[in-house]
Every structure is written in C-alpha cells, then in structure tokens.
Design a protein around this ligand. Sequence first.
Ligand code: BGC
Length: 719
Amino acid sequence: MVSAKQEKQIPVYADVTKPLEVRVEDALKRMTTEEKVALCHAQSKFSSKGVARLGIPEVWMMDGPHGIREESFWDEWGGAQWTNDSCTAFPALTCLAASFNPDLSLSYGKSIGEEARYRNKTVLLGPGVNIYRTPLNGRNFEYLGEDPFLASRMVVPYIKGVQANGVAACVKHFALNNQEEWRGHINVNVSDRALYEIYLPAFKAAVQEGNAWSIMGAYNQLRGEHCCHNDLLLNKILKNEWKFDGVVISDWGGVHNTDQAVRNGLDLEMGTYTNGLTTNGSFPYSEYYLANPFLKGIKEGKYDKALLDEKARRILRLIFRTTMSANRPFGRFVSPEHSEAARSIAREGIVLLKNDKAFFPVVPGRYKKIAVIGENANRSLVIGGGSSSLKAAYEISPLQGLIAKYGREHIVYSMGTASGPSLYGREEASKLNTDSLMAAAIKAAKDADVVLYFGGLNKNHFQDCEGGDRQTLSLPFGQDKLIDALLKVNKNTAVVLVSGNAVAMPWLSKVPAVMQGWYLGSEAGNALADVISGEVNPSGKLPFSFPKKLEDNSAHAFGKLSYPGDSVNQYYKDDILVGYRWFDTKKIKPLFPFGYGLSYTNFEVGKLTTDRPAYGKDDVIHARFTVKNTGSRTGAEVAQLYVSDPVCSVTRPAKELKAFQKVYLQPGETKTVDLDLKVSDLGFYDEEKKDWNVEPGEFILQLGNSSSNISQTQRVIVK
Ligand code: BGC
C-alpha cells in the first residue's frame, strides 16, 4: 500500500522522473480488478478506457496508415462531421516502398505522427506490412510490397518517426492477412519456413528495431486459431521469442473466444460484433470477450490474476509511453512541411515502366495540345478503400497538377470511362453513358499532339479496397478497350496507371510509354506533373512483380486451395517462393520485375568487390562498387544486392534481396557505395533445428538494378 505521506506528493505512477516499469507497477497496485479488466476492451468504436479515478487517460486510436482518419460517432463507423479533422493525405505505402528510401520513411512517420498527435491520438493504426502474395489482394496498397527485406528496412524508420511524437504505431495485421476474401475466418496453413522467411520478418523488424509500442492481430486464422488470440503468433513468437513488451490490439471484430483471448496473448479487444467495416450489431462493451466474461472467470478462479496483470501492465506501459510521457511534443496538422513531405515521397515513388523514344518527359512548351483522358485524372482517390479512407484537407488531382504545370490553354480533358461511387462492400455501376464517354474521349485524343491516359484501379469494392479482393488482373470499367481506341486515333498516347496493385497490360507493346503512379494523396497531381514534365527525374522501383498473367504468380500457380482457399482452409503451396523468388527460381518472365524502374538519365555501375574472399558465420561482408550518372540529368539509381546459395540442403530462391542503396547523382558524378551484409542473414529457417541456419559453402552476390537485371556477380565462401 502507498503511505499517506507519499500520497501527498505526486504519485509514483505520474512521476515522469521515475523509470517506466516502476510507474507501471505503482499504478497496477493501486487498481481494482474491475479497473484492470476495463483497460482490456473498447469503450467506443475507437477508444478504450484509462483509469479515471487515478487520472490515467483513455486510449484513442485512429487509422492509418496514410493519414489521420476523420472522427467517427461513438459507436458507429460513420463520420461525425467535425470541421477540424481534415488531414494531409500521404501517399499509400506501396509508393513509400517504391521510393526505396528509408529517409523518406522517417519523414513519412514523423509527419503522420505529428498529425496523429495534433488530433490527440494515442495510437496510429498503421503501418501495414502484410506481404504482397497475390495481385488480387484488395489491401496491397496499404502494405510495403512483396519482399520481406525491403518491407523491414522501410517499416522501421516509419515507426520511429511516428513514436517520436509520443504516439504509438500499431503494426498490422499480424499475420498472414494476405487476402481480403474470407479474411474473417480463412485458416492459413503455411510452413514454418515461409512464416519465418517471408511473412514475419517485417513484423520482427518493427518490434525489435522499430520498438513498436503496439501491434494489431489479423482477422484470419493460422493453424486453427484466430490470429487475434493465437498462441503460436502472440505468445510464442511475438512475446517470448521477440520479447515484445507492447500491446496486442485486436483487429476490429477479430476476437471470437474469451478463453483464447485471455490466454493466447491478446491484450486489448476492439470492435467486437463488427464484421470488419460493415455489420455493426448492438452489443454492450461490457459484454466483450475481455469484459464481463473475463471478470467472471477471474472471480471464479478460472483465470489466473497474473494473466490480467500482464495485459494491464502492457496497456499502462503504452499510456505512459504516449499520453503520460514527459517529452510528448504537441504535433501539427496540415502544415506546409507535411505537404512537402507528401510531395517528396510521391515524387520518389513514381515508377517509369516504359519510355520508348524518350516519350517522357513531356517538357512544357513541347506540345501545344495535351489531351488528358481518364477518370483517374480527375477523381478523388483518397476516398474509399475501407478503413484507410481519408477526409483530406485538399487533394490535387493529376488534371489540376497538369493544368498548373502546362497552362489551362494547353490541356483538354475527357473522362473516357466511368466507375460508380466508392461504396464499402458493394459495387454500383456508373449511371453515365459509356458509349458517349468513349466517343468524347476519342474525339479529344484525335487532334491532340499528345495523349496522357490516366487509368488504373480505384478504391471501390473489388478494386483496391478492404473487405474484398479484385476479381481479375485486368483493368476495370472498359479501360483496355478505351486505350486501344485511343491508340487507333493517336499513336502518341502514354498510359499513367494509378493503383496499388499490378494490372494486366494487353496494350503494352502498342504504347510508347507507361508510368506507374500510386495512390499519392494530397499532392498526387503536383508530384505526377513534376515527374511527367521532367522537373523531377523518376527514381521509383517496383516493390512487387507485375505478372504477365495471373497464373504466373506463385499464389495462383497451385490452384484454388492455395488462393483463395476453399472458404475454410487455404494452403500456401508456394511456400517461400513468393514474388520474384518464384519468378526467378521458376524462370518465369514477369511483365515487370521487382525492383524495376527507369530514369531519364543513365547509370553505370563499377566493379563489385568484397573485402575478403571468405567469411566466418559471425562476419560481415563489406561489398563495394561505384555508380556513375552517365547522362545529362540529375537522377537516382537504386543499387540492389541479392544473394543466392547455390548448394544447400533445402531449396533456396534464385536470389534474395539483402541490401540496397539509393544513390543520388549529378550528371557525370560518381559515388562509391558500401553495402554491408551480415553472414548470419544469409541463412534459411531450418524447420528441424527451429532456428536460422547458414550452411557453409559458396554464396553468390548478385548486383543489379532490378531482380531481373543483374549486371555482376561475386562469389564468396562461408566457412
Ligand atoms: C481494419 C483495420 C483497421 C480497423 C479500424 C479493420 O476493419 O482491418 O486495419 O485499423 O478496421 O478501422
């Protein structure tokens, strides 16, 4: 008990000069069992209780991951119509990954963290790091691509940036929520090896290097248990192996069982009796699995009080790290710095896929009449998509960006095709007449000097949207037909795709140029116009492979049981061969490979050397080479170092990314690049040993500027 004398002073738990754990234990011993249980479940759609009697604040959470979502009503999903919550929309995480620039990730995290802090949020529900397994996954745009190493390097600075604001990042969705189809229950069967090598590394980096203060369980099941209360994922791996000391928060409606929720590592239950974003049953918060049923179990002696203390301890720790931290800054919202950060990230993530006869850049003054065609040139793309939908303070569309760059007098616009409104969980066709839209677009394109077609996907159901997967790899809403028709009347037609996923491009050989834009947020139009006009040289690289056809992608190569499953079970038969690991090992040519992206300048890479020919298992390989900008424009190249292990007791991929660096170069400039590889990172997860294993022998370093374009190899020996 705390003495009367001590009580007069500031209580230990509120004393920011005291160590965190001392404060946590002090708070814990002052609390009743009821107060501790109350910490463990929601009190509203996006908040959970603190300890009002002790002045310990509530926890307020908010999506994430691309901007701070608008305020909603207490117990509903619907926007509450506040007038002070329109945020900066940052580019989607696929764009951040495509930048291959961890410094930008820090600036992303810092900026969005400031916005969360200003809006008084305790937890930002992001970033998302589920691995891109199939181009049909409706939520790929919220994630960091197909490669566990790239995702790991990019997620860590994001988290550090967010948390520097005294706001907890919540890494999601742990784990294997790699499709939206049947996401609420599909039971994923996957090998330990694929789990450790492909699906977990970004989460591990987020926890161990990013020190994430919270993590969100996934909706799906792994080996028969829902991931929000999964003993293997939460107790064994996250808390025991990785020593995670933060809070496991359920996804909204992801909890199904009190016993498992109590024992299997969940700390905070949110959104129960909501089916993802749709069904909202009336259900008192006191009846949550971790509310009265938990309390009853404790009182009856069914659940050990230590289980409750452990959850309460973690939640208190989170509150002390955030709202009750001494050094919590004040944040800022929709500042010019945030717009600048959003624009820089967008510019560096845009990927130039094809550029015959220097179609791009379209330098201002080169053409008199530019026909801008396509719905995505003029449609809000921050709205929709599910929980990441944003009420943005502003959004510059591509059309607006181009008008600002080239002058209104040089631009004609025509929509060409139309999709319906962004609705969650259902699709509604546009009421506009498609024939007349197409005819108008063809007319506009016919006598233009150049045509820029803006298409791709949008945030509607069955596109890039939560709660459902895409139904096909093809472009929706008749766009392929329109592109063909445009090409017939004007060969000088380039395609700019806005999407968070790969799409089929049947017209690829006929168009001179293709650019991959992403959902770029508030600064979309400015950033695209910067790159299209040549003010900025593109330097983005694809964070996932584009297959030529769906069956070429590993998840689809094994039939329905592999994707999407039989509605009960799913088997990841592609195992560790995901993304380029599959394409390259199986020698299937993708449409565009992972790591690929063109520039307006050219680069030359010097000889790859290593500091030694042979290494021990605890050594670090120091690789060195030069990169020279041989063209006449400033630009940046992403040097990518892959590794293979040609002789091994288990199947190894043809290559795996182990290091990269984005190198910024003036025309004619040369820089030396040093990349370090830990030998211990070159192994595989050995299912027998239940540990990582580096087998001695030969390893091949492969240096390139995409997973398919390896310009040099270097052999090293591991002893
Ligand atoms: C999504 C989460 C999101 C939560 C709260 C869920 O449907 O899967 O990513 O953070 O809703 O909006």
